[in-house]
Design a protein around this ligand. Structure first.
Ligand SMILES: Nc1ncnc2c1ncn2[C@@H]1O[C@H](COP(=O)(O)OP(=O)(O)O)[C@@H](O)[C@H]1O
Ligand SMILES: [Mg+2]
Length: 520
């Protein structure tokens, strides 16, 4: 609960920030009190990061005022924050979604980086001692002499937080900090935030995850389409209340699912090894099987081999050792086109990079997989009417909101881009040859979507499953994995820690496996 008698630490009044073609923030107000954890909740693109960047001096708002409490004053005072340095001097610090640490330097070196006074004059021993004190005080164990590259992502995040504490920040902003953490690490972070608040700091916690907001925050301000729709006490609202505020309408959380009708083994990986883009081992002996009619979920903290896994089973990344068997046939290191022809559909994680050609019309994007096949092609030409009929049908079936099929893909919202990709991938087998895809590889298919689009995507996946497709679902949303999957494989450091059934595991145990604990 927020103590409404506590002084206001920061106040944003009528903040408006425009980018070409978008109003990222429109007349937003926010008031955060000393001792409070204030969540900023909103879907991707709602304007959360932009709003906080104004507070940190990264952007100048076009309109509005920022007031900050300084030196224990009773009321916050008008502040001019024209650079990050101004913000730091006012006691404002932010942990960004992408950390800003120097990998080749130590924890201590990173923490004093950019501080006034040359580092040489600071005695490194004293710096390290102070860091250790802070680390102890806030239960964030970290070795000040360790190099950043030696640390896990969770540890790097602690360094970012310690850096703010070292600088004496009173207003701490964390931008989607749990995206890179296991559930246990997230819970630890929740405790740290609580302690910092208890010691008189004001914490702004950005998230699009309802569970976290409910368990960590006192107060929540909901942003939708750049506007603030409400500020409420967390204790007064249920998860579905918050979802409704965030999305703007009623939201359902459950997907109806029938028992799986297992078919033949569609995909079999035998001790597959592969490297990441830097040439480092990314998959270390991954073995798994997926049957037709089954969803195999893949859980893991981002960067533990998920992407490489999706790529080796769609022909996009070479396998350095082991085998990829598809319907009994060895497809190891075959081309992406071979995988497509055999019936592998792929919904990539990077929608506008790999999934869609942003400059091309939706119709061209929809036929990317089928343009070589009849009736879309007619000899060497495209059959214009067939392209149009097919595109309109997909747009209709998958509820893609677009002014027309000629609209460039990049003009669609994230949710509609995703529905278009799913439509294409799911129907490319069906509409043309009458068969469903044998294997559908879906990487983070609901990431950043609004709740309505999430439902549509999940329903499509389950429909494919009911029709006998094998589905590999990579997701960062554990609730989603537990709801949709028939089995879940947990990846850690490029290895499978175990394959479990949702009914036989809870989020806690999944978290331990994500952190590297093996299970038989
Ligand atoms: N530097 C930028 N240039 C242009 N548009 C931007 C920029 N930063 C953000 N936007 C747009 O502003 C809106 C809000 O983005 P953002 O603040 O990042 O949202 P959130 O953090 O809630 O996901 C989005 O439509 C985004 O595309
Ligand atoms: Mg953001």
């Amino acid at each position: 609960m927020t103590d409404i008698t506590a002084p206001i630490a920061v106040e944003l009044r009528g903040i408006t920030k425009r980018f070409p073609g978008v109003i990222a923030n429109e007349d937003v107000n926010l008031e955060v009190r000393v001792g409070e954890i204030h969540a900023l909740l909103g879907e991707n693109g709602a304007g959360k990061s932009t709003l906080m960047s104004a507070l940190c001096g990264l952007y100048q708002p076009d309109e509005g005022e920022i007031l900050i409490r300084v030196d224990g004053s009773e009321h916050p005072q008008l502040a001019l924050i024209s650079s990050p340095r101004d913000a730091i001097e006012l006691g404002i610090g932010m942990v960004y979604q992408h950390f800003k640490l120097v990998a080749s330097q130590t924890v201590a070196e990173n923490i004093i980086l950019g501080l006034k006074g040359t580092p040489f004059k600071l005695k490194m021993k004293d710096v390290e001692l102070r860091i250790s004190e802070l680390a102890d005080q806030y239960h964030m164990p970290v070795d000040p002499q360790a190099y950043i590259w030696q640390l896990s992502v969770g540890e790097q995040q602690r360094v970012e937080i310690l850096k703010l504490l070292y600088r004496g920040a009173d207003i701490l902003i964390l931008d989607e900090p749990t995206a890179v953490l296991t559930p246990q690490e997230s819970a630890e972070l929740g405790k740290t935030m609580r302690q910092m608040a208890g010691e008189g700091k004001a914490i702004i916690f950005i998230s699009h995850k309802l569970d976290e907001v409910v368990s960590f925050a006192d107060t929540v301000t909901v942003l939708r389409d750049g506007k603030n729709v409400a500020t409420v006490d967390v204790a007064d609202k249920s998860k579905s209340d918050l979802a409704r505020l965030m999305v703007g309408r009623e939201v359902l959380f459950k997907a109806d699912k029938e028992a799986p009708q297992l078919g033949q083994v569609v995909l079999k990986l035998e001790r597959v090894e592969a490297e990441n883009d830097k040439g480092l081992p990314a998959l270390n002996g991954v073995s798994l099987e997926i049957n037709g009619g089954e969803v195999l979920g893949v859980a893991g903290v981002a960067g533990n081999g998920q992407r490489e896994l999706a790529e080796v089973i769609t022909g996009l990344r070479p396998v350095t050792k082991g085998q990829v068997l598809f319907q009994g046939e060895d497809l190891t290191n075959k081309s992406p086109l071979t995988f497509i022809r055999k019936g592998v559909a792929h919904v990539p994680g990077d929608r506008l990079g790999m999934g869609l050609a942003g400059n091309l019309p939706i119709s061209d994007n929809l036929i990317m997989k089928t343009y070589r096949q009849q009736p879309i092609s007619k000899g060497p030409l495209l059959a214009k009417n067939a392209v149009e009929d097919y595109s309109k049908q997909v747009v209709k079936d998958f509820d893609v909101m677009t002014p027309s099929i000629d609209t460039p893909a990049r003009n669609l919202s994230g949710g509609n881009q995703q529905k278009a990709i799913l439509g294409r991938e799911i129907t490319s087998g069906e509409k043309v040859s009458g068969d469903v895809s044998a294997l559908l590889v879906a990487s983070y298919p609901t990431r950043g979507l609004d709740v309505g689009a999430i439902e549509a995507v999940r329903t499509s996946l389950l429909e494919q499953r009911a029709q006998g497709s094998a589905i590999l679902l990579i997701s960062e949303d554990l609730e989603e994995l537990l709801t949709i999957s028939d089995r879940i494989a947990v990846l850690h450091g490029g290895e499978v820690m175990g394959i479990v059934k949702p009914a036989e595991i809870d989020i806690e145990e999944l978290g331990l496996m994500m952190a590297g604990e093996r299970r038989q």
